[in-house]
Write a protein that binds this ligand. Structure first.
Ligand code: ZN
Length: 498
């Protein structure tokens, strides 16, 4: 009989394998499944969800955890035991029927959300949202929390993060961003964005975006890129990473930067240790850290002047009608234009976090009972006015724009903004470690940066919680200072600020 730790690893590996099957079925649903396959797929996924929940809460895991307690000694073992305990403790507290109710209500909520968007009628969605919030409050009460219910939900996506700390970080960020947005608005120069809405043939976009993805290190023998309505990265194993993207022939940025973004997620997945496959040491540590990798490649590298010094000739060759007469500096300005806008996923780097702060504040108020569901549209619009100085004309482009709430995912949005902050802090550390990093990017050397990310972040899997990883990698706790100084250094020359 093998020892308790080996049995535990066997157990959690099987859960990991089931999750990877679930991920492939999800990916298939978003990419190739014919429409009539939906009903059967819902049954398959629901069965898998129950199997995964039951295995996570299996009393055998509790027994094994008790036997291996204190028997740790190496970081791999410590990580696997700690994270398995976290998942087990959470799973046993939550009754299966609550998991089932949330899944069922979300399925209906998602279709009500689609209808509400179509008809621009928040009232179609409101009763479903109300029910989901009640279920999530119930869930938080089962899971338990230190200060407020939101902690229990946030912890699912960003383990160890505390709502109050996130709120302080966001408060500071908001106070720094709003005057900067105003400064850019009155800046002496303004890039011409219309360059990006010329005609960019789809077949050329496919070829160009794949070329970029490969150039920065994505391995196509261990991954694929397909098309879906909502782009995502599905990490099944480091040897099988599925990315999706979408194309718009009249908009350069959607596919190109969308693909760079998902490639950043994909590089993290491909960089996780195959020897730890299906165990916590082989998984990404948090969604915030995941997002830091996508944002780093999409924005810090992919929208930099140096990056396009290397690739702009290729882009002009690929899209001669649109770009042959556009100077490099004008192009770099266009892909970095800042403009308060209504839609989060299309927001620029400066205003993006304000969209997240709005959602975080609203979710927190909804969970606390300080905001009534019926008042969501009005609260949304007044917060948009306060944070971005604009108001949506319809709820479809206002409080109904994101899919997350209809899926019952509350506590997820903050990870996007945290990802931006982690990305800048990591990148500043990489620049210190690799003093000629910008020159390397200018010359098309991305392997040095990728190697640095692999050895400092990817290979650790879940060894460190996000907050600890930041300290280990950069020597400092999370701060918005690197992000804010990155923004100023990047946008001042583009906007002609002194
Ligand atoms: Zn992302």
């Amino acid at each position: 009989m093998s020892d308790a730790y080996q049995q535990l690893v066997q157990h959690i590996s099987e859960i990991g394998q089931l999750e990877s099957v679930e991920a492939i079925l999800d990916w298939d649903q978003e990419t190739y499944m014919p429409p009539k396959g939906l009903h059967a797929r819902a049954e398959q996924l629901s069965l898998l969800a129950r199997m995964i929940h039951d295995r996570r809460a299996d009393a055998a895991i509790g027994d094994l955890l008790n036997q291996v307690n204190g028997a740790a000694g190496d970081p791999v073992r410590e990580t696997n035991v700690r994270e398995t305990r976290r998942i087990y403790d959470r799973a046993v507290k939550v009754p299966s029927n609550l998991v089932g109710r949330i899944a069922r209500v979300s399925t209906h909520a998602k279709s009500a959300w689609v209808e509400a968007r179509r008809d621009n009628k928040f009232s179609h969605f409101a009763p479903h949202l109300k029910e989901l919030i009640e279920l999530k409050r119930e869930l938080a009460d089962y899971v338990g929390f230190e200060n407020e219910r939101y902690d229990a939900l946030l912890d699912e996506f960003e383990p160890g993060a505390k709502t109050a700390e996130v709120a302080t970080t966001f408060e500071h960020l908001r106070e720094a961003l709003r005057p900067f947005v105003a400064e850019l608005k009155d800046a002496p120069r303004r890039p011409d964005q219309s360059i990006l809405t010329r005609h960019y043939p789809q077949d050329k976009q496919v070829a160009f975006s794949r070329m970029l993805s490969k150039a920065i290190g994505f391995c196509f023998d261990s991954g694929r890129i397909d098309v879906s309505t909502h782009p995502f990265c599905s990490g099944t194993t480091p040897c099988d990473v599925r990315l999706t993207t979408r194309y718009d022939e009249q908009f350069f940025s959607m596919a190109i930067f969308g693909t760079l973004h998902e490639t950043g997620h994909g590089l993290y997945e491909q960089g996780l240790g195959t020897e730890h496959m299906f165990t916590p040491m082989g998984y990404a540590t948090s969604l915030g850290i995941h997002e830091s990798q996508s944002r780093l490649w999409e924005n810090i590298v992919g929208r930099s002047h140096a990056f396009w010094e290397h690739f702009y000739g290729d882009a002009q060759g690929m899209f001669p009608d649109a770009l042959s007469k556009v100077p490099l500096d004008d192009f770099v300005g266009a892909i970095n234009s800042v403009q308060p806008s209504l839609i989060r996923v299309e927001a620029d780097e400066v205003t993006y976090n304000l969209h997240i702060i709005l959602r975080f504040e609203m979710e927190r108020a909804l969970l606390d009972g300080k905001l009534d569901v019926n008042d969501v549209p009005a609260a949304w619009n007044s917060k948009m006015e306060e944070l971005l100085g604009i108001q949506p004309e319809t709820d479809t482009v206002g409080c109904l724009q994101d899919i997350h709430w209809s899926m019952g995912t509350f506590g997820y949005f903050p990870t996007y903004a945290l990802g931006n902050l982690y990305a800048s802090q990591f990148y500043a550390a990489a620049e210190k470690a690799i003093p000629d990093l910008t020159d390397r990017i200018r010359n098309g050397d991305f392997a040095t940066l990728l190697e640095w990310l692999r050895s400092n972040i990817h290979r650790h899997g879940q060894r460190y919680r996000a907050a600890d990883l930041v300290k280990v990698v950069t020597g400092e706790p999370l701060s918005d200072a690197p992000f804010l100084s990155y923004l100023r250094a990047k946008f001042s020359p583009i906007y002609g600020l002194g």
